[in-house]
Design a protein. Structure first.
Length: 259
């Protein structure tokens, strides 16, 4: 009498992990809200997303706190910064100090040379100050497009966004799904106040940009950043010749609100 013999199929070694979805982002948003430390949040992010996770750092206070948490967590995160060609010397000093402190490599991502040459030929060296459109075109070539290249193929994008940074960021979630790029955008410090941030940086002796001690709470490209005056919003020194509200370079313009 014959018997059926069960057949066990070996798993397909070539199968790719499932790409993140809106459902992934919603679940991760809820999980991160329940965790107390940035280190725990980074570990949860790494556990939830199987593919490459990238952290784009501007070397500001928030991003330095996130970098410390990444190093503390031991998570495999691709750390990079956008080298626009117009950074302060102090920003490069911060890169060197951070790499020495944490033993992590901060990858520099530069603009496309041809695009940059065409932009300057058309608008001039300081053309970004002639109109908002020209300034956004400069940010697009120097920051937005390089960012898109650096994030290509990643499952997650870690940022240093906080709800207290500006009115436009007041509803930043811990995790949201960016359908245009097919990526989960993450803000592990979303609920932090500036006071909580400063205490964390001081408690862990985190390397910071020397310009913070000279009235620069938000630091971008040198021609587009000034020190703020007493009582001004922390982002008032960015593109100060433009209107006060809604000033963004385009990297975070599509940040979804909490739902």
């Amino acid at each position: 009498m014959s018997r059926d013999i069960p057949i066990h199929l070996a798993p397909d070694a070539t199968a790719q992990p499932l790409a993140p979805t809106e459902t992934t982002a919603r679940a991760l948003d809820a999980e991160l809200a329940g965790l107390a430390t940035p280190t725990d949040r980074i570990r949860a992010i790494r556990a939830a997303l199987p593919g490459r996770i990238a952290f784009s750092t501007s070397l500001g206070l928030e991003d330095q706190a996130v970098l410390h948490a990444i190093a503390d967590s031991g998570a495999d995160i691709d750390v990079f910064t956008l080298d626009t060609g117009r950074h302060f010397e102090e920003t490069f000093d911060t890169i060197a100090a951070s790499e020495a402190r944490y033993g992590l490599k901060i990858r520099l991502v530069a603009p496309d040379t041809g695009e940059l040459e065409r932009l300057v030929a058309r608008d001039g060296v300081l053309g970004f100050r002639t109109s908002i459109e020209s300034r956004k075109a400069c940010c697009d070539v120097r920051k937005v497009r390089p960012l898109q290249r650096a994030l290509a193929g990643a499952d997650g994008w870690i940022t240093g966004l906080r709800r207290g940074q500006s009115n436009g960021r007041a509803d930043v979630p811990f995790a949201t799904y960016d359908a245009a790029q097919g990526i989960v955008k993450l803000a592990p410090l979303a609920d932090w106040s500036v006071e909580t941030l400063e205490r964390y940086v001081a408690a862990h002796d985190i390397p910071v940009n020397a310009l913070h001690a000279h009235g620069f709470p938000s630091i971008g490209c040198q021609p587009c950043t000034r020190a703020i005056r007493p009582g001004e919003d922390i982002r008032a020194g960015r593109w100060w010749w433009e209107i006060a509200d809604g000033k963004e370079c385009g990297l975070h313009s599509n940040t979804a609100p909490r739902s």
